[in-house]
Design a binder for this molecule. Structure first.
Ligand code: SF4
Ligand code: SF4
Length: 363
Protein backbone atom coordinates (compact mmCIF):
# COMPACT_ATOMS: atom_id res chain seq x y z
CA UNK A 1 0.00 0.00 0.00
CA UNK A 2 1.32 3.43 -0.97
CA UNK A 3 2.36 5.92 1.71
CA UNK A 4 -0.80 7.90 2.49
CA UNK A 5 0.79 10.76 4.45
CA UNK A 6 -1.75 13.27 5.71
CA UNK A 7 -4.68 11.10 4.60
CA UNK A 8 -3.74 8.42 7.14
CA UNK A 9 -3.93 11.06 9.90
CA UNK A 10 -7.23 12.22 8.40
CA UNK A 11 -8.57 8.65 8.52
CA UNK A 12 -7.69 8.45 12.22
CA UNK A 13 -9.37 11.81 12.89
CA UNK A 14 -12.56 10.67 11.14
CA UNK A 15 -12.45 7.40 13.05
CA UNK A 16 -12.33 9.41 16.31
CA UNK A 17 -15.58 11.12 15.27
CA UNK A 18 -17.33 7.72 15.68
CA UNK A 19 -20.35 6.68 13.62
CA UNK A 20 -21.59 3.40 12.20
CA UNK A 21 -19.25 2.96 9.24
CA UNK A 22 -15.66 2.00 10.08
CA UNK A 23 -12.87 4.08 8.53
CA UNK A 24 -10.34 1.34 7.78
CA UNK A 25 -7.01 1.94 6.07
CA UNK A 26 -7.56 0.44 2.63
CA UNK A 27 -6.86 1.96 -0.79
CA UNK A 28 -10.56 2.55 -1.50
CA UNK A 29 -10.91 4.73 1.60
CA UNK A 30 -7.82 6.82 0.84
CA UNK A 31 -9.09 7.38 -2.74
CA UNK A 32 -12.40 8.58 -1.31
CA UNK A 33 -10.78 10.86 1.27
CA UNK A 34 -8.58 12.44 -1.43
CA UNK A 35 -11.68 13.33 -3.45
CA UNK A 36 -13.51 14.69 -0.40
CA UNK A 37 -10.70 16.72 1.23
CA UNK A 38 -7.92 18.87 -0.20
CA UNK A 39 -4.64 18.41 1.73
CA UNK A 40 -5.27 21.81 3.42
CA UNK A 41 -8.78 20.75 4.49
CA UNK A 42 -7.41 17.43 5.75
CA UNK A 43 -4.80 19.26 7.85
CA UNK A 44 -7.44 21.55 9.34
CA UNK A 45 -9.75 18.68 10.27
CA UNK A 46 -6.86 16.76 11.84
CA UNK A 47 -6.08 19.79 13.99
CA UNK A 48 -9.65 20.12 15.28
CA UNK A 49 -10.90 18.74 18.61
CA UNK A 50 -13.71 16.19 18.57
CA UNK A 51 -16.01 18.84 20.06
CA UNK A 52 -17.73 22.04 18.98
CA UNK A 53 -15.35 24.98 18.53
CA UNK A 54 -15.62 28.44 16.95
CA UNK A 55 -13.33 29.40 14.09
CA UNK A 56 -11.88 32.19 16.24
CA UNK A 57 -10.99 29.86 19.12
CA UNK A 58 -9.49 27.27 16.81
CA UNK A 59 -7.51 29.92 14.93
CA UNK A 60 -6.07 31.03 18.30
CA UNK A 61 -4.88 27.49 19.10
CA UNK A 62 -3.24 27.28 15.66
CA UNK A 63 -1.82 30.82 15.74
CA UNK A 64 -3.52 31.63 12.43
CA UNK A 65 -5.81 34.40 11.20
CA UNK A 66 -9.45 33.88 12.33
CA UNK A 67 -10.85 35.00 8.93
CA UNK A 68 -8.76 32.42 7.10
CA UNK A 69 -9.85 29.56 9.41
CA UNK A 70 -13.48 30.68 9.32
CA UNK A 71 -13.48 30.75 5.50
CA UNK A 72 -12.03 27.22 5.40
CA UNK A 73 -14.46 25.88 8.00
CA UNK A 74 -17.40 27.43 6.15
CA UNK A 75 -16.26 25.95 2.83
CA UNK A 76 -15.81 22.52 4.46
CA UNK A 77 -19.26 22.74 6.07
CA UNK A 78 -20.83 23.57 2.72
CA UNK A 79 -19.02 20.56 1.26
CA UNK A 80 -20.57 18.34 3.96
CA UNK A 81 -17.26 17.67 5.73
CA UNK A 82 -18.07 19.41 9.04
CA UNK A 83 -21.23 20.07 11.05
CA UNK A 84 -21.94 23.64 12.16
CA UNK A 85 -24.51 25.22 14.45
CA UNK A 86 -24.89 28.62 16.10
CA UNK A 87 -24.14 28.94 19.82
CA UNK A 88 -26.10 31.11 22.29
CA UNK A 89 -24.24 34.20 21.03
CA UNK A 90 -25.23 33.44 17.42
CA UNK A 91 -21.67 32.44 16.42
CA UNK A 92 -21.07 29.28 14.43
CA UNK A 93 -19.35 26.37 16.16
CA UNK A 94 -17.92 23.53 14.05
CA UNK A 95 -17.29 19.85 14.75
CA UNK A 96 -15.87 16.91 12.73
CA UNK A 97 -18.47 14.33 11.66
CA UNK A 98 -18.25 10.55 11.12
CA UNK A 99 -18.28 8.94 7.70
CA UNK A 100 -21.84 7.70 8.40
CA UNK A 101 -24.10 9.11 9.66
CA UNK A 102 -22.36 12.29 8.52
CA UNK A 103 -20.13 12.80 5.50
CA UNK A 104 -21.87 10.18 3.33
CA UNK A 105 -25.35 11.64 3.77
CA UNK A 106 -24.17 15.24 3.31
CA UNK A 107 -22.74 14.43 -0.15
CA UNK A 108 -26.03 13.18 -1.59
CA UNK A 109 -28.72 14.95 0.48
CA UNK A 110 -29.00 17.82 -2.04
CA UNK A 111 -29.91 15.38 -4.79
CA UNK A 112 -27.60 17.08 -7.30
CA UNK A 113 -25.83 15.45 -10.23
CA UNK A 114 -22.52 17.25 -10.63
CA UNK A 115 -19.35 15.64 -11.98
CA UNK A 116 -18.06 15.53 -8.40
CA UNK A 117 -21.28 13.82 -7.21
CA UNK A 118 -20.73 11.08 -9.79
CA UNK A 119 -17.09 10.63 -8.75
CA UNK A 120 -18.01 10.50 -5.05
CA UNK A 121 -20.84 8.03 -5.70
CA UNK A 122 -18.37 5.67 -7.42
CA UNK A 123 -15.72 6.07 -4.69
CA UNK A 124 -18.21 5.49 -1.86
CA UNK A 125 -19.52 2.41 -3.69
CA UNK A 126 -15.99 1.04 -4.11
CA UNK A 127 -15.33 1.49 -0.40
CA UNK A 128 -18.69 0.02 0.72
CA UNK A 129 -18.37 -2.95 -1.67
CA UNK A 130 -14.83 -3.69 -0.47
CA UNK A 131 -15.93 -3.56 3.18
CA UNK A 132 -18.75 -5.99 2.43
CA UNK A 133 -16.36 -8.36 0.62
CA UNK A 134 -14.02 -8.24 3.61
CA UNK A 135 -16.92 -9.09 5.95
CA UNK A 136 -18.03 -11.95 3.71
CA UNK A 137 -14.49 -13.35 3.54
CA UNK A 138 -14.36 -13.86 7.31
CA UNK A 139 -14.75 -17.50 8.43
CA UNK A 140 -17.62 -16.44 10.72
CA UNK A 141 -19.63 -13.19 10.55
CA UNK A 142 -18.26 -10.51 12.90
CA UNK A 143 -20.23 -10.39 16.17
CA UNK A 144 -22.94 -7.75 16.25
CA UNK A 145 -22.52 -5.04 18.88
CA UNK A 146 -24.77 -5.23 21.94
CA UNK A 147 -26.10 -1.78 21.15
CA UNK A 148 -27.08 -1.19 17.56
CA UNK A 149 -26.47 2.20 15.98
CA UNK A 150 -29.89 2.39 14.34
CA UNK A 151 -33.47 1.59 15.24
CA UNK A 152 -36.89 1.44 13.66
CA UNK A 153 -39.84 3.69 14.40
CA UNK A 154 -42.85 1.44 13.79
CA UNK A 155 -46.09 2.35 12.03
CA UNK A 156 -47.61 4.27 14.93
CA UNK A 157 -51.21 3.18 14.69
CA UNK A 158 -50.05 -0.42 15.02
CA UNK A 159 -48.14 0.42 18.19
CA UNK A 160 -51.15 1.98 19.84
CA UNK A 161 -52.98 -1.34 19.58
CA UNK A 162 -50.05 -3.24 21.17
CA UNK A 163 -50.33 -4.13 24.86
CA UNK A 164 -47.38 -1.91 25.82
CA UNK A 165 -46.73 1.39 24.11
CA UNK A 166 -43.02 2.17 24.32
CA UNK A 167 -42.56 5.92 24.79
CA UNK A 168 -39.78 6.00 22.20
CA UNK A 169 -41.92 4.23 19.58
CA UNK A 170 -44.34 7.09 19.01
CA UNK A 171 -43.28 8.85 15.86
CA UNK A 172 -45.82 11.68 16.12
CA UNK A 173 -44.48 12.69 19.56
CA UNK A 174 -41.03 13.35 18.07
CA UNK A 175 -42.63 15.39 15.30
CA UNK A 176 -44.67 17.36 17.86
CA UNK A 177 -41.72 18.03 20.17
CA UNK A 178 -38.97 19.01 17.73
CA UNK A 179 -38.11 22.63 17.02
CA UNK A 180 -37.68 22.20 13.25
CA UNK A 181 -37.94 19.59 10.50
CA UNK A 182 -36.26 19.63 7.08
CA UNK A 183 -36.72 17.24 4.19
CA UNK A 184 -34.15 16.40 1.54
CA UNK A 185 -33.28 13.70 -0.96
CA UNK A 186 -32.87 10.09 0.16
CA UNK A 187 -29.08 9.77 -0.08
CA UNK A 188 -29.12 5.98 -0.52
CA UNK A 189 -31.54 6.04 -3.46
CA UNK A 190 -29.78 9.07 -4.96
CA UNK A 191 -26.41 7.38 -4.56
CA UNK A 192 -27.78 4.41 -6.55
CA UNK A 193 -29.08 6.69 -9.33
CA UNK A 194 -25.66 8.35 -9.59
CA UNK A 195 -24.12 4.91 -10.16
CA UNK A 196 -26.80 3.72 -12.58
CA UNK A 197 -29.81 5.83 -13.72
CA UNK A 198 -31.84 2.61 -14.13
CA UNK A 199 -31.38 1.62 -10.48
CA UNK A 200 -34.63 3.19 -9.34
CA UNK A 201 -37.13 1.17 -7.28
CA UNK A 202 -39.86 3.72 -7.96
CA UNK A 203 -40.55 5.00 -4.44
CA UNK A 204 -40.31 8.66 -3.45
CA UNK A 205 -36.81 10.19 -3.31
CA UNK A 206 -37.78 13.32 -1.33
CA UNK A 207 -38.56 12.03 2.12
CA UNK A 208 -35.37 11.99 4.15
CA UNK A 209 -35.86 14.12 7.27
CA UNK A 210 -33.57 16.00 9.63
CA UNK A 211 -34.85 17.16 13.02
CA UNK A 212 -33.98 20.06 15.36
CA UNK A 213 -30.50 21.55 14.89
CA UNK A 214 -29.88 19.13 12.02
CA UNK A 215 -32.90 20.57 10.18
CA UNK A 216 -31.64 24.14 10.59
CA UNK A 217 -28.21 22.99 9.38
CA UNK A 218 -29.69 21.27 6.30
CA UNK A 219 -31.77 24.33 5.38
CA UNK A 220 -28.93 26.82 5.95
CA UNK A 221 -26.55 24.75 3.85
CA UNK A 222 -29.03 24.31 1.00
CA UNK A 223 -29.26 20.56 1.53
CA UNK A 224 -32.97 20.38 2.37
CA UNK A 225 -36.01 22.60 2.95
CA UNK A 226 -37.79 23.35 6.21
CA UNK A 227 -41.29 21.89 6.35
CA UNK A 228 -44.28 22.18 8.70
CA UNK A 229 -45.17 19.41 11.14
CA UNK A 230 -48.31 18.71 9.08
CA UNK A 231 -46.24 18.18 5.94
CA UNK A 232 -43.84 15.95 7.89
CA UNK A 233 -46.71 13.72 9.08
CA UNK A 234 -48.07 13.55 5.52
CA UNK A 235 -44.67 12.51 4.14
CA UNK A 236 -44.33 9.84 6.84
CA UNK A 237 -47.81 8.47 6.10
CA UNK A 238 -47.02 8.34 2.35
CA UNK A 239 -43.77 6.52 3.13
CA UNK A 240 -45.72 3.88 5.06
CA UNK A 241 -48.09 3.45 2.12
CA UNK A 242 -45.08 2.93 -0.13
CA UNK A 243 -43.81 0.21 2.24
CA UNK A 244 -40.82 2.21 3.51
CA UNK A 245 -39.33 1.66 6.96
CA UNK A 246 -38.78 4.64 9.28
CA UNK A 247 -35.16 4.26 10.44
CA UNK A 248 -33.36 6.55 12.87
CA UNK A 249 -30.36 6.60 15.19
CA UNK A 250 -30.84 4.39 18.25
CA UNK A 251 -31.57 7.20 20.69
CA UNK A 252 -34.71 7.81 22.72
CA UNK A 253 -34.59 11.49 23.76
CA UNK A 254 -32.72 13.08 20.88
CA UNK A 255 -34.05 12.27 17.43
CA UNK A 256 -31.87 13.83 14.76
CA UNK A 257 -33.13 12.21 11.57
CA UNK A 258 -35.70 9.86 10.10
CA UNK A 259 -34.87 8.00 6.91
CA UNK A 260 -37.70 6.33 5.00
CA UNK A 261 -35.90 3.25 3.79
CA UNK A 262 -36.43 0.67 1.06
CA UNK A 263 -34.78 -2.69 1.51
CA UNK A 264 -33.25 -2.50 -1.99
CA UNK A 265 -31.09 0.59 -1.39
CA UNK A 266 -30.74 1.19 2.36
CA UNK A 267 -27.39 -0.13 3.60
CA UNK A 268 -28.76 -0.74 7.10
CA UNK A 269 -31.73 -2.79 5.91
CA UNK A 270 -29.45 -4.70 3.56
CA UNK A 271 -27.16 -5.52 6.49
CA UNK A 272 -30.19 -6.56 8.54
CA UNK A 273 -31.23 -8.96 5.76
CA UNK A 274 -27.70 -10.34 5.54
CA UNK A 275 -27.61 -11.62 9.14
CA UNK A 276 -30.02 -14.26 10.50
CA UNK A 277 -30.92 -12.27 13.63
CA UNK A 278 -31.86 -9.04 11.85
CA UNK A 279 -33.47 -7.54 14.93
CA UNK A 280 -30.00 -7.09 16.47
CA UNK A 281 -29.07 -4.71 13.63
CA UNK A 282 -32.18 -2.62 14.14
CA UNK A 283 -35.49 -3.08 15.91
CA UNK A 284 -38.47 -1.06 17.03
CA UNK A 285 -38.66 -2.97 20.32
CA UNK A 286 -41.56 -5.02 18.91
CA UNK A 287 -42.03 -8.02 16.66
CA UNK A 288 -44.97 -9.20 14.62
CA UNK A 289 -47.19 -12.04 15.82
CA UNK A 290 -49.71 -13.83 13.62
CA UNK A 291 -52.99 -15.35 14.73
CA UNK A 292 -53.18 -18.32 12.37
CA UNK A 293 -56.87 -18.81 13.12
CA UNK A 294 -57.46 -15.49 11.33
CA UNK A 295 -54.85 -15.87 8.56
CA UNK A 296 -56.20 -16.72 5.09
CA UNK A 297 -52.74 -17.34 3.57
CA UNK A 298 -53.20 -14.52 1.03
CA UNK A 299 -49.44 -13.63 1.07
CA UNK A 300 -49.97 -9.85 1.16
CA UNK A 301 -47.63 -9.67 4.17
CA UNK A 302 -44.95 -11.61 2.30
CA UNK A 303 -44.40 -8.77 -0.18
CA UNK A 304 -44.67 -6.09 2.49
CA UNK A 305 -41.89 -7.40 4.74
CA UNK A 306 -38.59 -5.56 4.10
CA UNK A 307 -36.40 -8.24 5.71
CA UNK A 308 -38.04 -11.44 4.44
CA UNK A 309 -39.16 -12.42 7.94
CA UNK A 310 -42.44 -14.02 6.80
CA UNK A 311 -43.06 -17.38 5.18
CA UNK A 312 -46.47 -18.57 4.07
CA UNK A 313 -47.36 -22.22 3.78
CA UNK A 314 -51.05 -22.70 4.56
CA UNK A 315 -50.89 -19.71 6.87
CA UNK A 316 -48.22 -17.09 7.52
CA UNK A 317 -45.36 -17.53 9.98
CA UNK A 318 -42.99 -14.88 11.32
CA UNK A 319 -39.34 -15.58 12.03
CA UNK A 320 -39.13 -13.40 15.12
CA UNK A 321 -35.30 -13.33 14.98
CA UNK A 322 -35.56 -11.64 11.57
CA UNK A 323 -38.52 -9.37 12.32
CA UNK A 324 -37.49 -5.75 12.97
CA UNK A 325 -40.94 -4.73 14.20
CA UNK A 326 -41.65 -2.12 11.52
CA UNK A 327 -45.39 -2.84 11.49
CA UNK A 328 -45.65 -2.61 7.69
CA UNK A 329 -47.24 -6.07 7.44
CA UNK A 330 -49.82 -5.26 10.11
CA UNK A 331 -51.74 -2.46 8.46
CA UNK A 332 -52.17 -4.26 5.13
CA UNK A 333 -53.33 -7.65 6.44
CA UNK A 334 -56.89 -7.96 5.11
CA UNK A 335 -58.03 -10.21 7.98
CA UNK A 336 -56.29 -8.30 10.80
CA UNK A 337 -54.38 -11.45 11.71
CA UNK A 338 -51.12 -9.63 12.61
CA UNK A 339 -50.26 -7.47 15.58
CA UNK A 340 -47.09 -6.09 17.11
CA UNK A 341 -46.01 -7.49 20.46
CA UNK A 342 -43.23 -6.32 22.72
CA UNK A 343 -39.76 -7.80 22.15
CA UNK A 344 -38.84 -8.34 25.78
CA UNK A 345 -35.10 -8.85 25.12
CA UNK A 346 -34.66 -5.54 23.24
CA UNK A 347 -32.80 -3.00 25.39
CA UNK A 348 -34.15 0.56 25.61
CA UNK A 349 -32.20 2.93 23.31
CA UNK A 350 -29.47 5.15 24.78
CA UNK A 351 -30.85 8.63 25.51
CA UNK A 352 -28.75 10.91 23.30
CA UNK A 353 -26.11 10.69 20.53
CA UNK A 354 -23.24 10.96 23.01
CA UNK A 355 -24.61 8.03 25.02
CA UNK A 356 -25.08 6.04 21.81
CA UNK A 357 -21.51 6.69 20.63
CA UNK A 358 -20.15 5.51 23.99
CA UNK A 359 -22.41 2.43 24.00
CA UNK A 360 -21.38 1.27 20.52
CA UNK A 361 -17.68 1.74 21.33
CA UNK A 362 -17.91 -0.67 24.29
CA UNK A 363 -15.69 -3.71 23.65
S1 SF4 B 1 -51.57 -10.72 5.04
FE1 SF4 B 1 -52.65 -11.51 6.82
S2 SF4 B 1 -54.08 -13.02 6.00
FE2 SF4 B 1 -52.59 -12.63 4.38
S3 SF4 B 1 -51.00 -14.24 4.70
FE3 SF4 B 1 -50.32 -12.42 5.84
S4 SF4 B 1 -51.13 -12.76 7.92
FE4 SF4 B 1 -52.24 -14.16 6.57
S1 SF4 C 1 -42.70 -9.32 9.86
FE1 SF4 C 1 -41.58 -7.96 8.45
S2 SF4 C 1 -43.10 -6.37 7.87
FE2 SF4 C 1 -43.90 -7.42 9.69
S3 SF4 C 1 -43.22 -6.17 11.42
FE3 SF4 C 1 -41.69 -7.79 11.11
S4 SF4 C 1 -40.15 -6.87 9.77
FE4 SF4 C 1 -41.96 -5.56 9.63
Amino acid sequence: MAEQGIYEDLRKAIKRAGGALPAIGIDELYALLKELFTPEEAALLISMPNALITAKDHAATLGRAPDEIEAMMEAMTNKGLLHAGKNAEGIYEYIPIPLLPGIYEMQFYRGTKTERDYRLARLFKDYLDTLQKLRESLPTPPPLPETSYFRVLPVEKEVSSAMTVLPYAQLSKYVEQTSAIAVGTCYCRHHAILIDERDNCGVSHSNCMAFGAGAIFAAERNMGRLISKEEALKILAEAEEEGLVHCTANTSEELIFICNCCSCHCGILRQAKWVPDSWRVLTSGYHAEIDDTLCSGCEVCLDRCPVSAIKVTDTANVDTMRCIGCGLCVDTCPTEAIRLVLRAEAPAPPRRMGHLERAVKKP
